[in-house]
Design a protein around this ligand. Structure first.
Ligand code: NAD
Length: 362
């Protein structure tokens, strides 16, 4: 039996608790793992001067697969988001975020099964920003005025949105390949090319070009604001969505809301050589150490990891076991109860016990 070497990053806030719960259910599938546990996040700053020490990156580069808990990004501090740095440095260009309704979850919709493919390396996340009041900003404003005649108002800050043909084409190709490999019928490119004619226009033109290579998959496009409205009116009409980085982040939270909240939303960051699996949600600092958070988003990320590792049977079993716990509705965390103050809600570790019981009885 193959033993898989996996970098395991517990992360900040609720990260260690949901990571422990996820590790237990993954091991209960019978698949063998050699966990290379690596700490990253807030607690590393004092010791290494960075939340993402080099040895963590080296571990992922060596093992090629990582399972990661959420990491806090202190707002307005000097540190860039660990999550964004990881995705960009390791060139994990496609962020795959499925949103699917599970029986037993109280939601407004029943038949949602959307795959979000978010471009993960550029757009407004490039980190090219100019701070209010700095000399650099003044120079940039002068340059912009010289180049296209527009005056940047005094006291502004500037963030640059850059979108490339290469990154847009490769994420579009990923979406079409995913659709083909998984029996999906349609890819919708989401953009705001009516306003951002050059950046979003290039994203759309790249998707249109790639779509020609996949005549078996229907292709359409939607303007992002219209897309937001349509998703809350008729989400069942959508299949695979491909989006630039920022819209992808926002629309994937919207889709998580359609199917029961962030506690159920998994994710994968995939590149040509490496993949990092993590829940969509953040570190929920208010619940850190309280054994209260729902570990299922990370468990479903573990299911995605099993599929990536070729462990399809174990992936299907774990998926069914989590779904059965949700459908049963008794041993679930507060967010899956109709009333968040429901005293019958269980904690993070009891959710893992319930999933393991189902795994053993399926
Ligand atoms: P968050 O996802 O941490 O929390 C938002 C709300 O969603 C919570 O208040 C909670 O009510 C609910 N929620 C989220 N996950 C849940 C779970 N597993 N179980 C039950 N309820 C859950 O978002 P935030 O408050 O905007 O961010 C907190 C920190 O996390 C920030 O520092 C942010 O930068 C970081 N973050 C990290 C990642 C990542 O590591 N990939 C992603 C998003 C945010």
């Amino acid at each position: 039996m193959t033993t898989h070497d996996i970098t395991l990053i517990p992360g900040d806030g609720i990260g260690p608790e949901i990571t422990d719960a996820t590790r237990r259910v993954l091991e209960a599938t019978g698949v063998c793992f050699n966990w290379d546990i690596q700490e990253a996040g807030e607690k590393m700053i004092d010791r290494y001067g960075t939340p993402l020490p080099d040895h963590v990156m080296e571990s992922i580069t060596r093992n090629k697969v990582a399972l990661k808990g959420p990491i806090t990004t202190p707002v307005g501090s000097g540190f860039r988001s660990v999550n964004v740095t990881l995705r960009q440095t390791l060139d994990l260009y496609a962020n795959l975020r499925p949103a699917k309704t599970y029986l037993g979850v109280r939601t407004r919709f029943e038949n949602v099964d959307i795959i979000i493919v978010r471009e993960n390396t550029e757009d407004l996340y490039s980190g090219i920003e100019f701070q209010y009041g700095t000399q650099e900003l003044g120079e940039l404003a002068d340059c912009i005025q010289k180049l296209n005649g527009q005056v940047i108002p005094e006291g502004s800050a500037i963030s640059i949105k850059s979108i490339s043909r290469k990154a847009s084409q490769r994420v579009a190709r990923f979406a079409f390949e995913y659709a083909r490999a998984n029996g999906r019928k349609k890819v919708t490119a989401v953009h705001k090319a009516n306003i951002m004619k050059f950046s979003d226009g290039l994203f759309l033109a790249s998707a249109v070009e790639v779509a020609k290579e996949y005549p078996d998959i229907t292709f359409e496009d939607r303007i992002v604001d219209n897309m937001a409205m349509q998703l809350v009116q008729k989400p069942e009409a959508y299949d695979v969505l491909v989006l630039p980085n920022l819209y992808g982040d926002i629309i994937s939270d919207l889709c998580a809301g359609l199917v029961g909240g962030l506690g159920l939303a998994p994710g994968a960051n995939i590149g040509s050589e490496m993949a990092v699996f993590e829940p969509v949600h953040g570190s929920v600092p208010k619940y850190a150490g309280k054994n209260k958070a729902n570990p299922m988003a990370m468990m479903f990320s573990g299911v995605m990891m099993l599929r990536h590792l070729g462990e399809r049977e174990a992936a299907d079993q774990l998926d069914r076991a989590i779904a059965a716990v949700i459908a049963d509705g008794r041993l679930v965390t507060y967010d899956l109860k109709g009333n968040p103050d429901d005293p019958t809600a269980v904690g993070t570790s009891a959710t893992a016990d319930a999933v393991i019981d189902k795994l053993n009885s399926i």
